[in-house]
Design a protein around this ligand. Structure first.
Ligand SMILES: Cc1cc2nc3c(=O)[nH]c(=O)nc-3n(C[C@H](O)[C@H](O)[C@H](O)COP(=O)(O)OP(=O)(O)OC[C@H]3O[C@@H](n4cnc5c(N)ncnc54)[C@H](O)[C@@H]3O)c2cc1C
Length: 274
């Protein structure tokens, strides 16, 4: 089994702020981390390798510093890492990102066929959850999104059974492989990396490709040129106002609550009538 995990290096959004003057992300001094969903995706690939044998590769598109995210994956247990990095990829939206990644996947597949691709459910900075399904569409393989458990892979019959998270439970899906999974964080608990993995990661040098290393690339579909998305505005949502504390007995509190709701409804009704 050759499992490929797509991973993205992201700014730590717990720290990042929006500059109120320019309405752009203020990334100064913000550490870059491996997208948390992708950490679980790599962990799952490593666990599947332990069950079914084979190899785990990871692929990222990003600036040269994204090598650090790939090394983190090696720490978790990945065998190989590929980074595609080139000015031609800069400014890519999800359409251009999935195109570039799919071209790199074709290149990897020429050397070694891929049985399963795993992506995170979403990246914590872009938050769209579009890249995984975008790659699957371009490779013409089934996308199985929001996966919280891999039940079984039958290598001989080329089938996989997974649990897909729903709002009120889960559904059991069966698909052919190769296919692409996007995974929820609850799919596993990321284990501590053993020392040999950490030593290997520290010395590891991923394969780095530029656009010239990829074959049959339509450059008009890359980077800003290949990105139809326009970000119209960015802003910080207003902070929620503190609530009002209700006092008195339970009956008195219910009365206060009903009065407050009726008052709010009346105000909305009056505004709507104007
Ligand atoms: C006009 C425009 C310009 C932009 N310019 C830039 C830019 O210059 N630099 C920049 O970093 N972002 C840029 N972005 C943001 C970029 O489009 C998204 O971050 C990127 O396409 C991934 O989308 P997402 O973050 O929503 O990922 P999601 O679709 O939410 O990610 C889901 C999963 O897909 C995989 N994945 C996503 N991105 C990558 C990746 N790069 N490599 C490997 N796997 C990945 C991961 O497994 C991830 O968990 C730009 C966006 C727009 C609209």
């Amino acid at each position: 089994m050759h499992i490929l995990v797509c991973v993205k290096q992201v700014p730590d959004t717990k720290i990042i702020k929006v500059d109120p003057k320019t309405n752009t992300l203020d990334r100064r001094g913000v550490p870059a981390i491996l997208n948390p969903y992708d950490t679980h995706a790599v962990e799952e690939a490593v666990r599947l390798r332990a069950r079914y044998g084979g190899k785990v590769s990871v692929l990222s598109m990003g600036p040269p510093q994204a090598v650090v995210a790939i090394k983190k994956c090696v720490e978790i247990g990945a065998d190989e890492g590929y980074l595609i990095s080139d000015r031609a990829f800069a400014g890519a939206d999800t359409l251009a990102t999935s195109y570039a990644l799919s071209r790199a996947i074709y290149r990897i597949m020429k050397v070694e066929p891929i049985d399963l691709i795993i992506c995170g459910k979403m990246a914590i900075d872009g938050d769209t959850g579009q890249v995984g399904p975008g790659i699957a569409r371009r490779l013409d393989i089934p996308p199985l999104t929001g996966i919280k458990k891999v039940v079984e892979i039958n290598k001989e019959k080329r089938r996989i059974i997974v649990h897909r998270k729903l709002e009120d439970g889960y559904e059991v899906l069966e698909s052919s492989i190769p296919c692409l999974l996007t995974v929820e964080k609850e799919i596993n608990e990321v284990s501590y990396s053993p020392l040999p993995n950490m030593i290997r990661a520290a010395r590891y040098k991923p394969v780095v490709w530029t656009v010239d290393d990829l074959e049959d690339v339509d450059r008009s579909q890359l980077g800003l040129k290949g990105s139809p998305t326009i970000v119209g505005k960015m802003f910080t949502p207003p902070k929620p106002q503190g609530g009002k504390r209700l006092e008195g007995t339970a009956d008195q509190q219910v009365e206060q609550l009903v009065n407050a709701l009726l008052k709010e409804k009346r105000e909305l009704f009056v505004q709507g009538g104007r």
